[in-house]
Design a binder for this molecule. Structure first.
Ligand code: RNT
Ligand code: ZN
Length: 418
């Protein structure tokens, strides 16, 4: 194995790539693991038999879904043990852990309801990210932060503010900045009579949430855009232009978040990353795999995933991009779904770090497009597997599919008993 790595290292060196440095760098890049793959985005604060709302949908009914915080955290631990690299945990507000029969509505959530998550993250030396939950709730019927009824709007503004306070608590407890993402499925199924009204109300609501005091070095509020959702096909309040503009106009307290499932199918987020980095000091990403629409399939090591990682690395922006996974597949073993997605993004980052970016950019600047094509194709066959194997070995995880044996064992011993 080490001989294979030594030989690969030499081949990469001849392209000007330092694989030892690539491996060391990747170990320092935190990637946020979303808690919601483990339980089909159900959370713990509402009736789990009620459907998911907000225009998103999990499909499939593979057995073994996590039903309690304990089950979900145990499942996440299994995933963490199978994945290389630095991790953060991404929690939704609907995953509040209530104790002793206590319950609080979304506008009344407090840091104490997330103590268990802080303990979980701290014990594993990880940071936490957070998301207010503007869906799957009786007051989330079509519109939330953009609702014409001030009472409903205020309820959700109070939820957003509560979530800023919880994000502060996460950052203070872990010492690691907390990315807090605002996404709503607000929109209409059919042709609206007023497109601007809801957007003006959404804008004012987001600004009201951001008026809650926080330190922008430690809490990173984001606004995530979307093109459309299920049952919300005609109009989305938080469109791309809306979300980008609100982030641009509130640059001292908010970042844009791009989810690569949230654009028209021929648009690519890999191209949008360097566009935003020309203007925003920091941006955030939701990494997913859309098939024909925002289907939230498991992230794979596919071309667009690689291209997104490349843009982050070759623009020198690793420290400017907050990366989080966002998908939910209920049709296969959920631990495996989580693990494949996390490992795929790790592979994409490592491959990007092992790409002869400087050499290729030089060819482009010299307008040597013929050689650029030849070298880009050549670089695809570099002995990446050997570098990946070395990285996994150093991180103490399997490099190949041997990890799946662990998942099968866990399914037999734990998941199948649920
Ligand atoms: C939905 C958005 C959003 C959610 C999570 C659960 O289309 O992508 O980010 O997936 O908040
Ligand atoms: Zn998303």
């Amino acid at each position: 194995m080490n001989t294979r790595y030594e030989s690969a290292k030499q081949i990469y060196a001849s392209f000007g790539v330092d694989t030892d440095a690539a491996i060391a760098k990747l170990k320092s890049i935190p990637v946020s693991l979303h808690c919601w793959q483990g339980d089909d985005v159900k959370g713990f604060d509402t009736d789990p038999t009620k459907p998911l709302t907000g225009g998103i949908q999990t499909t499939g009914n593979y057995p073994g879904r996590a039903r309690t915080p304990e089950e979900l955290m145990a499942d996440m631990d299994k995933v963490l043990s199978l994945c290389p690299g630095a991790k953060k945990i991404n929690v939704h507000a609907s995953y509040a852990v209530f104790e002793d029969g206590e319950w609080a509505d979304r506008d009344k959530l407090e840091p104490k309801h997330f103590k268990k998550w802080v303990e979980f993250a701290k014990a594993r030396g990880m940071g936490l990210d957070f998301n207010p939950t503007f869906f799957s709730h009786p007051k989330a019927n079509g519109l939330t932060l953009s609702h014409p009824d001030p009472e409903i709007r205020n309820f959700w503004i109070e939820h957003g503010k509560a979530c800023i306070r919880i994000s502060k608590y996460f950052a203070e407890e872990t010492g690691i900045p907390c990315v807090m993402n605002i996404w709503t499925g607000d929109g209409f199924k059919d042709i609206p009579a007023d497109r601007m009204g809801p957007r003006m109300r959404y804008k004012e609501s987001i600004e009201a949430i951001l008026s809650e005091p926080f330190d922008f070095n430690m809490v990173k509020p984001c606004v995530e855009s979307k093109v459309f959702g299920i049952g919300v096909e005609a109009y989305t309040v938080g469109s791309a232009e809306f979300a980008l503009s609100i982030a641009a106009m509130n640059k001292d307290k908010c970042l844009p978040l791009m989810d690569n499932g949230h654009y028209h199918p021929t648009e690519v987020v890999s191209d949008k990353i360097p566009a935003l980095l020309c203007f925003f000091p920091e941006i955030a990403l939701h990494i997913t795999r859309p098939i024909r629409w925002d289907s939230d399939h498991v992230v794979l090591f596919d071309d667009e995933t690689k291209e997104m990682a490349k843009e982050i690395v070759r623009t020198g922006s690793i420290d400017r991009v907050y990366m989080a996974l966002d998908y939910f597949d209920a049709s296969i073993n959920r631990i495996s779904a989580w693990t494949v997605g996390f490992r795929s993004w790790q592979k994409a980052l490592l491959m990007a770090l092992c790409t002869p970016n400087e050499m290729l950019a030089k060819l482009q600047d010299e307008e040597n497009f013929t050689e650029l094509m030849v070298m880009q194709e050549d670089a695809k066959l570099l002995p990446f597997e050997d570098v990946w194997a070395k990285y996994c070995e150093e991180c103490g995880v399997a490099s190949g599919a041997e990890w799946f044996a662990e998942v099968k064992k866990y399914e037999k011993e734990v998941l199948s008993l649920r």
